[in-house]
Design a protein around this ligand. Structure first.
Ligand code: BT5
Length: 281
């Protein structure tokens, strides 16, 4: 079902344009909200979900003025060159299921990007990279009713045709775009449609209990396992070798004292390999 994605489509991501050729069964089918500019598509999604918007509602924007990453960080969202979207989901699961959603979305994003002609890497838990530079990120947020998920907001940002100059100097050396990686313009519309199709398929695998298949595909794109990593947790920092993914998607990191740390969510920095000698010291 692989389809090449090139620039032959309209420039803007109107809901009509997105619907045409969209091959999903439910994702984007209840409604697509397409904005020129919003503070954050996740903020819009939250508002709509609070008002009762059903699972599969899609929010897309040409630009964000307060695009956000995790832990209050910013997602730089210049107009017209990237994809900025949020999907409303209503999974009937407890809170500790959410990390699986982030990994599932990573597999969907990576699979869709692969159709543009480049194979991206996934950095645990939420980064999409090309040649070790960040090309996209996933932000999973949720509202809970007691300990169960009332709704989840899956936010995805991808630098598609973004030029270096559109990114602040502070992240220029860490970030890239599909256009910069491939040397050609990519259709945001076709990439979005491919991504929605991929996500719907993988989300159904997740819901039918086939997370193992998702982890297996995640591992094909993985760039974290086997590396020396620093993991920043709220209360401490763990330095060690990223050894394995557990069946629930958590990361196992072995430190130099041979202790295994189970990382549920955290900020992971890939270290240069020469740090591994420190670990063995
Ligand atoms: C993420 O956070 O990577 C999640 C990004 C999710 C963005 C989408 S866009 C649609 C939806 N609506 C939103 O408001 N957000 C979601 P995190 O792992 O915390 O990474 C944030 C870091 O990535 C920043 O601190 C920068 O270092 C870097 N960064 C920011 N903008 C970037 C960009 N455009 N390209 C590459 N790196 C970027």
């Amino acid at each position: 079902m692989s389809r090449s994605i090139d620039q032959t489509s309209p420039i803007t991501l109107s809901s009509d344009a997105i619907k045409q050729g969209l091959r999903t069964r439910w994702l984007g089918q209840p409604a697509i909200f397409s904005f020129d500019v919003v503070e954050s598509t996740n903020t819009e999604a939250n508002r709509l979900a609070q008002e009762g918007a059903p699972e599969g509602t899609l929010i897309v924007a040409e630009a964000q003025t307060k695009g956000r990453g995790r832990l209050g960080r910013t997602w730089v969202s210049p107009p017209g060159s990237g994809l900025y979207l949020s999907i409303i989901l209503r999974p009937a699961h407890p809170a500790d299921w959410l990390p699986r959603l982030t990994l599932t979305a990573g597999v969907a994003v990576a699979s869709a990007i692969r159709q543009t002609g480049t194979t991206p890497q996934l950095k645990w838990p939420n980064d999409i990279l090309i040649a070790d530079r960040k090309v996209g990120g996933i932000l999973t947020e949720a509202v809970f009713d007691r300990r169960r998920i009332d709704f989840a907001l899956l936010g995805i940002g991808i630098n598609v045709n973004t030029e270096q100059e559109e990114l602040p100097v502070s992240i220029r050396n860490l970030a890239t775009s599909l256009r910069l990686g491939l040397g050609k313009t990519v259709s945001r519309l076709h990439l979005l449609q491919a991504l929605l199709y991929q996500f719907e398929q993988w989300y159904e695998s997740l819901n039918t209990g086939n997370f193992a298949a998702i982890l297996e595909t995640w591992s094909e794109f993985d760039t974290t396992l086997g590396r020396v990593v620093e993991v920043f947790l709220p209360e401490k920092k763990v330095v060690g070798v990223a050894e394995a993914l557990q069946s629930d998607g958590t990361l196992l990191v072995r430190d130099k004292r041979d202790h295994l740390h189970r990382i549920v969510a955290g900020d992971v920095v890939h270290c240069r390999l020469d740090l591994s000698s420190d670990l063995k010291a």
